[in-house]
Design a protein around this ligand. Sequence first.
Ligand SMILES: CC(=O)N[C@H]1[C@@H](OP(=O)(O)OP(=O)(O)OC[C@H]2O[C@@H](n3ccc(=O)[nH]c3=O)[C@H](O)[C@@H]2O)O[C@H](CO)[C@@H](O)[C@@H]1O[C@H](C)C(=O)N[C@@H](C)C(=O)N[C@@H](CCC(=O)O)C(=O)O
Ligand SMILES: Nc1ncnc2c1ncn2[C@@H]1O[C@H](COP(=O)(O)OP(=O)(O)OP(=O)(O)O)[C@@H](O)[C@H]1O
Length: 448
Amino acid sequence: MVSKMIQPRLTQLFRFVRCSYADGVAELAYAFDDGEELVERIRFPHAPAIPAGHAAAFDAALKLLHLIAGVSYYKAGVPPKIEVASGPLDDATAELLDQLYLHGLAEFAYRNGLDLRGRITFPRGAAAQPPAPAAGLPKRTLVPIGGGKDSLVAVEAIKSIGGEATAVWVGNSALIAACAERTGLPTLNIQRELAPGLFELNRLGAWNGHIPVTAVNSAILAVAAILYGYDSIAFANERSASAATLEYEGQQVNHQWSKGYAFEQLLGNWLHTHVASDLDYCSLLRPYSELAITRAFAKLMPYFDAFSSCNRNFKLLGPKPADRWCGQCPKCHFVFLALAPFLPKPRLLSIFGRNLLDDENQASGFDALLEYQDHKPFECVGEGAEARAAMYALSQRPEWQEDALIERFRSEILPQLDASQLALEPWLEPSAEHHVPTRLQPALATIG
Ligand SMILES: CC(=O)N[C@H]1[C@@H](OP(=O)(O)OP(=O)(O)OC[C@H]2O[C@@H](n3ccc(=O)[nH]c3=O)[C@H](O)[C@@H]2O)O[C@H](CO)[C@@H](O)[C@@H]1O[C@H](C)C(=O)N[C@@H](C)C(=O)N[C@@H](CCC(=O)O)C(=O)O
Ligand SMILES: Nc1ncnc2c1ncn2[C@@H]1O[C@H](COP(=O)(O)OP(=O)(O)OP(=O)(O)O)[C@@H](O)[C@H]1O
């Protein structure tokens, strides 16, 4: 309960009050103006003592987690001033946060009619510390699991090179837990409890919207890597995640910004210099498009009855889909379309329990994926051009031609497209751009 009633949208100052860690629980405290503290808690199960000699690395990772997780609270008021109680930040840290808050909240700003440019300035001025030394971390990998296809492709790639890995997830989703179990890897489930005061602020009319949640999960896993002893964190963020959802008044708005390559490099470099030079943060799927990943996932049949990419499963509050796939949202639309070229049709329909491409009511949802009369949805979906390539491929296959939305594509949309831009094959080629450490690079060759 935020006893001192605050009108979140009228606040002038956002404060990073303190962060602490004891007995497996990190406490992250924030406040607006002179209001009550908002305290988020992260629980690390069966946490060992902080390893001898790793206290500085742990403190640096915890401090970054505090600064990054603040984005959920800062957004409630977006006041003009930010204060960090422990003092100003060095330039690299302030830059990382300025970028994350500006770009990671770009969708939030766009949808709320706000302009955050020039508003977000983390206090800087602290002298840069000497680069962090190596911590001698064990050669094993934390592989975050999101319940969807991407992380399962990453898991199988690491397994295929005999890499030692743990499947890790944040939050208490039973669906993610089932996928993690299915990998056969050791598992680690970290709990995250948002400050209850945030929900009260939401009721009081706080600004609300999308936050860069992958950055928060990444910072939690950096703390976990030092605590439990892992030298690498391998996310499953695809190449397409770097593409903007839309451009608005000269600013790119990307729903998936903290899944993109720019953030991966910023955070990876920051962890090397500020936490431990041997802690690697990367995305194993960075060279691959969504279509290359769905092609790889189509070979992983043991996961078909466990996974779901539908984000409605992952809400903290409110109802969840009865059968893993709501069948209505952009993620359901996109994953159905992107898997279709690589799976026998009956197999695909059995995963989703229905045929989304034979349902006229879903036309506008698929149109948005194709960027036809609409922009790409604010969701984790592939590029418009790859959705068009998948749709075109289906339109050439006899088994799909009579489905309502494929028929509509052929008669209404296809004549307006440049046929030379519709091939599927170029999307299956990996790009050379990635930040994957040498030790894990052999896994890249196993995808595709
Ligand atoms: C599950 C989901 O999509 N949630 C988004 C949704 O939240 P909603 O209000 O419908 O329900 P809850 O998830 O229960 O959240 C309740 C309120 O809590 C606040 N909040 C939640 C998590 C958090 O980390 N920080 C928070 O501040 C917020 O006030 C919620 O209203 O709509 C919200 C508003 O637009 C979104 O912020 C919720 O998104 C979650 C943070 C979330 O986990 N979303 C992922 C499924 C997601 O979007 N993943 C992206 C990753 C992109 C990235 O750059 O990280 C993706 O896969 O593309
Ligand atoms: N609750 C979570 N805990 C830890 N990592 C997560 C969590 N949710 C998502 N991630 C990770 O964030 C990254 C992006 O999530 P995303 O939803 O795109 O992947 P996914 O669930 O594996 O696949 P899909 O695209 O099919 O949903 C992935 O590496 C995923 O493992």
